[in-house]
Design a protein around this ligand. Structure first.
Ligand code: NOJ
Length: 727
């Protein structure tokens, strides 16, 4: 890239203090912000912040909101600081701004990347109108352990699905042009392998093979960068003993030298400071030096760079050229975002007022919500319900709840617009008196006489909608769980309701996969509804009454038991796989099945689909050739519905033990009753590649199994052979 003369001119005039200033991002104390999402370290008050901005000692602020106040702060940077370098305003805008969309895990269940693009675009529109240039999203950590609270922010356990959603979200946030007033810079995070924290315990250590790092945790980052992301956030965890925020091998050797990333690497909140707690740095000065030399451009909130970089430059421990490189990257980011041309972009109070409530975004939230709901089970076709002529008892702590609709990491949602479940159902019903509502219990506590009242309501009803699940503070940062089960009091409620014999449909709110047991597991119907955001009630009502035919599929495996974690469908084969009827000395748990209760990719519809065996263009795929696979899918039910047709492969013999199955492609199709579609996929050897023992990423010739199926655990394989290339 040729140097930008404006940036070079600035660099030549900047003092070391001003250069270092560009590398610091601090919590915005000038505009209203959310104090409880990060620990309160190193807080500064508004006047202090403005003083630093005026002195050119701060380059970026985060988690503030408001165009007018942002404009005033920007004016201080542009008109009162010596060089007038504009500020960059960042924020955690994860799954919506004023309008809240489903948690990313839920949205991934739609298997519709275009949907993620649209919600990210809408989010960008609202966030930039509110004076934000830069979001700390998408979170693209692969989440294979459901004990980890941040599963909710991810796209789940699969590499391909995560890559596709990562790219869609980056494109959606950023739009066509980075300098457009509604473009929101994306920050894929957390680099890297944060989802692999041991035992699902947040911030815990990560001990991982190079191959798993490369084949599982790195690909979503590559996809996000290919989609145009210009910044990346480091993770809190260490990787094989080296904290991510001071990991030169990852931040420089891989990101810069191998991947040619030219953008900005920002720390997570005080993650440079945390090098000391890790025992990796002796003190603040040491931490600064280690992080900076590893390739960390910007420091978030610790103030370490501001405090120690000047001295490290002075002593020659950090070369001025390295400082200039980091500053150049930050200034280039600001230039790319159009801030040098128009520092007041995205800071227009009128636009903000006009964007507060966009009905189209409310509609999108509803559509995204219903497209995220997974019908896990529907024995006897209990769902959908009729809108009249049926007595429905809505029971459970989620029935009327308005405090747990948005899910984790929703700092700026307009709570006044949230629609709860009861309201959503009532609005859909033709006769209001058909619905009785009883909470039964709280999320974690019993209510005096609650279960008795719920039982009476169930007895008087034709059907129970049991709205239970996790409160939203069970998921998100630092919310690891040991037992991924429903709170005891809710399980007791479900058991009591089951005793009445009235058919039960569970409406399950959750930020992770749960191990469902007893009356919950055995209910006639179960809907996984995640946290859906602004339009929770209407979105669920659409599915309950069949105005929308559920089409989402699980992006994570639901286990039988908490003790199975980490548990994911694409695990490597063992030498003693469990076989039918031979259980001794096999890979098996004593207490429960090896299989998922509900596997990755699973989800039902109100209609049914039949698959024919896939037809392959050849069963002998030449090294440089493409395999065309076609499967015939028919809607065999009586409703129009969408099916997610999934292509999996398995490499039978390889120089490294391969997963039992891997998703390689999927297609979501809409079919009318009786309609048939030929679904085509193509496959080439690049899609069969993996990182071998020698570190080479390539495919190996040999036999593969291939499935075209409705989930990761169904269908019959056909085989094909990848032929060797001519040497
Ligand atoms: C810590 C979280 O890990 C990260 O995802 C978030 O962006 C920062 N805090 C800033 O709030």
């Amino acid at each position: 890239m040729s140097p930008d003369p404006r940036i070079e001119a600035l660099l030549s005039q900047m003092t070391v203090e001003e250069k270092v200033g560009q590398l610091g991002v601090f919590a915005d104390m000038v505009r209203p912000f959310a104090p409880d999402v990060n620990p309160e370290t190193n807080m500064r008050n508004a006047n202090e912040i403005l003083e630093h901005v005026r002195a050119g000692r701060i380059g970026a602020l985060f988690n503030g909101v408001g165009a007018a106040e942002g404009r005033a702060t920007q004016r201080v940077a542009v008109e009162e600081s010596r060089l007038g370098i504009p500020l960059l305003f960042g924020a955690d805008v994860i799954h919506g701004m004023r309008t809240v969309f489903p948690i990313p895990l839920g949205e991934a269940a739609s298997f519709e990347p275009e949907l993620a693009y649209r919600t990210a675009r809408a989010t960008a529109l609202e966030a930039t109108a509110a004076g934000i240039h830069w979001t700390y999203a998408p979170m693209i950590d692969i989440a294979r352990d459901q004990r980890w609270g941040r599963v909710a922010e991810s796209a789940g356990e699969d590499v391909l699905l995560s890559c596709i959603f990562a790219a869609a979200r980056v494109r959606g946030f950023q739009g066509e042009r980075l300098d457009a007033p509604d473009s929101l810079l994306a920050t894929p995070k957390h680099f890297v392998a944060y989802g692999a924290v041991t035992a699902g315990l947040d911030y815990n250590y990560v001990d991982i093979s190079e191959q798993t790092l490369r084949d599982v945790h790195l690909p979503p980052f590559a996809a996000a960068l290919n989609a145009g992301a210009m910044t990346i956030m480091t993770a809190f965890n260490d990787i094989n003993g080296v904290p991510a925020s001071a990991n030169r091998r990852l931040l420089t050797d891989l990101l810069r030298d191998e991947w040619k990333f030219t953008g900005v690497v920002v720390s997570d909140y005080t993650s440079d400071m945390e090098l000391i707690a890790h025992g990796y740095a002796a003190d603040a000065r040491d931490a600064t030096k280690l992080a900076f030399l590893a390739g960390l451009d910007m420091s978030m909130q610790s103030g370490f760079y501001a405090e120690h970089l000047p001295d490290l430059i002075e002593s020659g421990e950090i070369p001025m050229a390295a400082l200039d490189t980091a500053v150049r990257r930050v200034l280039s980011l600001k230039a790319a975002a159009g801030l040098f041309d128009n520092p007041y972009r995205s800071l227009d109070p009128e636009k903000e007022a006009g964007t507060e409530h966009l009905p189209a975004h409310t509609e999108l939230s509803r559509d995204a919500g219903r497209r995220s709901i997974v019908l896990l089970k529907n024995d006897g076709g209990l769902l959908p319900l009729r809108k009249s002529g049926q007595k429905i008892a809505l029971i459970g702590p989620c029935a009327q709840d308005r405090s747990n609709l948005e899910g984790c990491w929703t700092l700026f949602g307009d709570k006044s617009r949230y629609v709860d479940l009861e309201t959503g159902l009532r609005d859909a019903l033709e006769t209001a008196d058909g619905l009785s509502v009883v909470p039964g219990c709280g999320f974690e506590h019993a209510i005096d006489g609650g279960i008795e009242a719920a039982v009476r309501a169930a007895q008087a009803a034709d059907v129970v909608l049991l709205a239970i699940g996790e409160p939203q503070y069970y998921s998100g940062e630092a919310q690891s769980r040991v037992q991924i089960v429903l709170p005891e009091v809710q399980q007791a409620l479900a058991e009591a309701i089951a005793q009445t014999g009235t058919p039960v449909a569970i409406i399950l709110r959750t930020g992770r996969a749960l191990a469902l047991t007893g009356a919950v597991r055995d209910a006639q119907a179960i809907l996984a509804t995640w946290f859906l955001g602004t339009q929770t009630g209407p979105a669920i009502a659409d599915v309950i009454f069949g105005d929308y035919n559920p089409s989402a599929r699980l992006p994570i495996s639901f286990p039988h038991d908490s003790g199975q974690q980490p548990f994911f469908y694409n695990h490597p084969r063992t030498g003693r796989p469990e076989l039918p009827n031979t259980t001794e000395f096999k890979t098996r748990w004593r207490e429960c099945s090896n299989n998922a209760l509900f596997p990755f990719g699973h989800g039902l519809s109100y209609t049914s689909f039949a698959y024919t065996a896939p037809v392959l263009s050849t069963h002998r795929l030449a090294w440089d050739d493409t395999l065309v696979i076609s499967a015939r899918v028919t809607n065999t039910g009586d409703r129009t519905g969408e099916e997610v047709v999934q292509l999996y492969i398995h490499d039978r013999v390889a120089s490294r033990v391969r997963p039992v199955r891997e998703l390689k492609a999927f297609r979501k199709i809409l079919l009318r009753p009786g309609q048939t579609a030929d679904v085509m996929f193509t496959l080439d050897r690049h899609m069969l590649a993996f990182t071998g023992p020698d570190g080479q990423f390539s495919a190996e010739p040999g036999i593969f199994d291939l499935w075209v199926t409705p989930s990761s655990s169904s269908g019959r394989p056909v085989e094909f052979e990848l032929l060797p290339g001519s040497a």
